[in-house]
Design a binder for this molecule. Structure first.
Ligand SMILES: Cc1cc2nc3c(=O)[nH]c(=O)nc-3n(C[C@H](O)[C@H](O)[C@H](O)COP(=O)(O)OP(=O)(O)OC[C@H]3O[C@@H](n4cnc5c(N)ncnc54)[C@H](O)[C@@H]3O)c2cc1C
Length: 578
């Protein structure tokens, strides 16, 4: 079936919905989402959204931009970070005006709390910059934006999974999607397409990410010749529930929670004397592993199960109930403990992709180190790389990124579509997607996709995790190539067409395998340690050789790397101390 729109937004998380809201005021807009919109992962975001409102203590966008650049270990494009911090203030007030129920100060202003790496006066001490709605900030953002989109008559195609981009030369002409309810392929021709498909934490075994976070957008782009930027930088959040990976928000430490080792000692005093438990996430995650490796972890059942404690008992039931109610109930549900009475057993969990589809500051996708624009194609949110997070994202800067750059992309699209016609698409545009489905459903028997998934996640966790070295990453690349080869034999067990989740998961598995390969190959290539990319064989940051973005091109089961300049036009890169 053929549909025609001016603008197609793929994804209905915070970035997709904000872009849709803006684009729909200027063009005929449809949102395609494989999930029902408010089930997007943005709804799971807990702790807050940053903006230098200065409501509870002095703060400035300039300090926010600097913290973002330093937190990203100077791989951040600095003009983009400046835009992020400056537009944050209006963005948060816009959300408030659209109905978002933020927590309030006694005077009725939006309340703010501390988060890792956000400081006053260029690093002096933690500052209260995160605006929040209890520990359900993302849920509130998603509900608010969805209501606004409905009010503005955005067309929604819920439970449509995009499989391919329609590209002609350097122009995007639309997308091909499968309708979950029927299995039918649909073609959406459009003047502009925006990918807002979210993250891909599912390449790792232990992750805070939802099952749907399979990186479909970046994988589709990569197979269509578009490079992915800075894929070696994947954030491990310091505090996932031990063994499960379910997130315990940094807001717990923002409210005063403390990490402790087996002796009950506050070990962050040693690693970050100024910011302590509120150092950036890469530093805290490494500190936890270093404690455990030194035998200072709390003993689990086997040595690999060692963990540390996140102690929030001193906050008391009232604060926990008012400001961290979901965290409290997660601890009760998954651990059978009350954080007011007992410390929470935690370990780092794969959390956030700093890398993704390269874009300029208006969300336009670029295809090389020179900044060549792909006509009609945009990306925003976690699937994109602007780059405002560099080598390590600060907490609460992602929700902000969605809103600021989702809005900018939506506005740019609104202007762009006035200049072009809805493109004609030929009948063969579904060939690639149809061929893929046919192969998976041709009735032959093959290996089970679940086993390949399991092996991929275990390999990535063990060999491309927090600490990395050449030997392990080389092994990971080989292993993923082997899994990609085995994938060719994988077949569905369910051959039906209605809601065939078996088929959809195999499609997602291919996306995850491609992204695992790109991540492992980019990590193997970067011979330095910076932000979340920490190499045992190259322990230092090396600005002379590596102060550059990587662009990884997928070519079957091999990866080619090129580079892009980092914008350091405001602050000169310095060593990081906290
Ligand atoms: C547990 C958790 C807590 C977090 N807490 C915070 C926080 O407090 N503050 C903060 O700043 N950040 C936080 N983050 C990070 C932040 O929430 C995410 O980076 C952000 O929400 C991603 O939003 P998005 O719009 O890019 O994508 P998502 O919200 O992930 O949405 C992706 C959308 O794409 C659609 N989609 C995907 N693939 C396809 C396809 N093939 N076809 C059609 N549709 C598709 C999905 O249906 C979905 O609608 C948290 C993340 C997690 C996992």
């Amino acid at each position: 079936m053929l549909h025609q729109f001016e603008t197609i937004i793929v994804g209905s998380g915070g970035s997709g919905l904000y872009a849709a809201l803006e684009a729909s005021q200027r063009s005929q807009t449809a949102v395609l989402s494989k999930l029902f919109p408010v089930r997007s992962h943005t709804g799971a975001a807990q702790g807050g959204i940053s903006a230098a409102l200065g409501n509870v203590e002095e703060d400035k966008p300039e300090w926010h931009a600097f913290d973002t650049v330093k937190g990203g270990d100077y791989l951040v494009d600095q003009q983009a970070a400046k835009i992020l911090a400056e537009e944050a203030v209006q963005a948060v007030y816009d959300l408030e005006n659209r109905g978002l129920p933020f927590n309030r100060t006694p005077e009725g202003r939006i309340d703010q709390r501390r988060f890792g790496g956000h400081t006053r006066n260029f690093g002096e001490a933690p500052v209260r910059r995160a605006c929040y709605a209890a520990d359900r900030t993302g849920h509130m953002i998603l509900q608010t934006l969805y209501q606004q989109c409905i009010k503005n008559n955005v067309s929604f195609y819920d439970e449509f999974q995009v499989l391919d981009l329609i590209m002609a030369e350097n122009r995007c002409k639309g997308v091909v999607a499968v309708e979950l309810a029927t299995g039918e392929l649909h073609v959406f021709a459009a003047k502009a397409v925006l990918f807002a498909t979210g993250g891909f934490g599912r390449i790792f075994k232990i992750t805070s990410n939802a099952h749907a976070n399979t990186g479909d957008g970046p994988a589709i782009c990569a197979r269509r010749g578009i490079p992915l930027e800075d894929m070696e930088f994947f954030q491990f959040h310091p505090t996932g529930i031990k063994g499960l990976g379910i997130l315990i928000s940094e807001a717990v430490r923002g409210e005063g929670g403390i990490l402790r080792n087996r002796d009950g000692k506050r070990f962050m005093e040693h690693y970050s004397p100024t910011l302590l438990d509120l150092a950036p996430r890469d530093i805290v995650a490494r500190s936890i592993l270093t404690e455990i490796r030194a035998g200072q972890g709390i003993r689990g059942d086997r040595k690999i199960d060692d963990y540390v404690h996140l102690d929030a008992t001193h906050l008391g039931k009232d604060i926990l109930g008012a400001k961290l109610p979901d965290i409290t109930s997660f601890c009760q549900t998954y651990l059978g403990l009350d954080p007011a009475d007992s410390a929470i057993p935690v370990l780092p969990t794969a959390h956030y992709a700093m890398g993704g589809i390269p874009t300029d500051i208006d969300g336009r996708v670029i295809r090389d180190g020179k900044g060549t624009i792909v006509e009609g194609l945009y990306a925003a949110g976690e699937c994109a790389c602007v780059s405002v997070h560099g080598a390590n994202r600060l907490g609460t800067n992602s929700l902000l990124d969605l809103v600021v750059f989702g809005r900018r992309a939506g506005r740019h699209i609104g202007e762009y579509v006035k200049e072009v016609e809805v493109p004609a698409v030929s009948e063969d545009v579904t060939d690639t997607a149809a061929g893929w489905i046919k192969q998976l459903t041709d009735g032959q028997s093959g290996p089970h996709g679940g086993h390949i998934m399991e092996e991929m996640q275990t390999t990535m966790m063990a060999n491309v995790g927090i600490y990395r070295n050449e030997k392990d990453m080389q092994a990971a690349v080989g292993q993923i190539q082997n899994l990609l080869d085995r994938y060719q034999q994988v077949r569905v067990q369910d051959s039906g067409s209605a809601f065939n989740t078996d088929l959809l998961e195999l499609i997602e598995l291919r996306n995850l395998l491609d992204l695992s390969l790109l991540t492992a190959a980019a990590a193997l290539n970067r011979q330095e340690s910076r932000g979340a990319h920490s190499r045992e064989d190259f322990p230092d940051r090396d600005d002379d050789n590596w102060l550059k973005h990587s662009l990884a091109y997928l070519n079957g089961d091999t990866v080619r790397i090129e580079y892009k300049k980092v914008d350091t036009s405001i602050w000169e890169p310095k060593p990081r101390t906290y």
